[in-house]
Design a protein around this ligand. Sequence first.
Ligand code: IPE
Ligand code: IPE
Ligand code: MG
Length: 247
Amino acid sequence: MNSSTHSTELDQTRLPSHVAIIMDGNGRWARKRLFNRVRGHERGVEVVREIVRAAREIGISILTLYAFSTENWQRPKVEVTALMALLRKFLRSELQEMQENNIRLNTIGETERLPDNVRKLLQENMALTEKNDGMRLNLALSYGGRAEIVRMVQEIAGKAKAGTIDPDAITPELISDHLYTKGMADPDLMIRTSGEMRVSNFLLWQIAYAELFITDTLWPDFSREEFTQILKAYQSRDRRYGKVSDH
Ligand code: IPE
Ligand code: IPE
Ligand code: MG
């Protein structure tokens, strides 16, 4: 089945605008095959390519991928180094694809903690794709929801102290405007691969009303087909937002 067949099965009027994915299970995929964990990450990058392409073709506006958490810095140095090298390779190889597909690259997280050569590539690619308006690809790198919230509180408290924000005027919108995802709609759908029933510090504020979907599939085995099936399942969910269903 090709991609266009898949997209026609989806109700184009009820697509999630923003999809967030916790790409988990690379290590377990590798271990099952007696491979080094890095082989799992390499395979994971291939799946990133496929899912970015699929999301763009389907018509998703924002795709946020959890690629590296603040906690992931505590992994063995060889693994962190390999992940940074893979990230560099990805950024180099995908620039053309992003331009051709009108994809705008963005990052969320403490990018100042990333190695200089990665940061530089990110900045270049973000600047070069700035005008693309087909889909926004948000890479969560050195991202942690709690760290993001701390940063937001510090900024707002600083403004309150300086007298530019009135504490009584703090609203959910003002808080959203001080997060990395400023100006973006909250995720409608959050997917986690590899079966863990947890959010692992991802987008804590933003997922208040996201539909959650957890699949046992390990990220390197995830596919465009399964992604489409999840989007279909999403379309059959009744999003009530605490209210009473209207049908
Ligand atoms: C997800 O796969 C990728 C990153 C967190 C960078 P893992 O590396 O967490 O794989 P498992 O969970 O050990 O299988
Ligand atoms: C979440 O996966 C982070 C990313 C996918 C980048 P982890 O493997 O780091 O999370 P835990 O350890 O299962 O909570
Ligand atoms: Mg994991």
